[in-house]
Design a protein. Structure first.
Length: 106
């Protein structure tokens, strides 16, 4: 379970804009659970915030506009936390030696 969020950030081209840069972050729906698991597994700082690592590169668009392409993803050594259901299933399997239902009962 992992995620990779892609971002593109362009310098504003609107005159007198109060926004210096704007862009988009693309999130694949199938990666939302992994992203949420990562965020929830982090310890918030004194302000209640968590950090998501981002790396970026200078690029030029097909129209010749300079922009920053970036990706947000967990560190390579991040291990997703176990869910309560995973823990319960492992506990049940260990307690019953892997046999959950006795076929002779049916």
């Amino acid at each position: 379970m992992s995620f990779k969020l892609n971002l593109s950030i362009f310098k504003s081209t609107k005159p007198d804009s109060k926004i210096d840069f704007s862009g988009m972050m693309n999130v694949k729906v199938e990666e939302l659970d992994a992203f949420c698991a990562f965020v929830l597994s982090q310890t918030p700082d004194q302000y209640g915030s968590v950090q998501v690592p981002i790396s970026g590169w200078k690029k030029t668009s097909g129209k010749g506009l300079a922009y920053v392409s970036a990706v947000a993803q967990p560190p390579r050594d991040w291990v997703p936390p176990q869910t309560a259901a995973d823990d319960a299933a492992k506990s049940l399997a260990a307690a019953t030696n892997g046999v959950v239902v006795d076929a002779d009962l049916f």
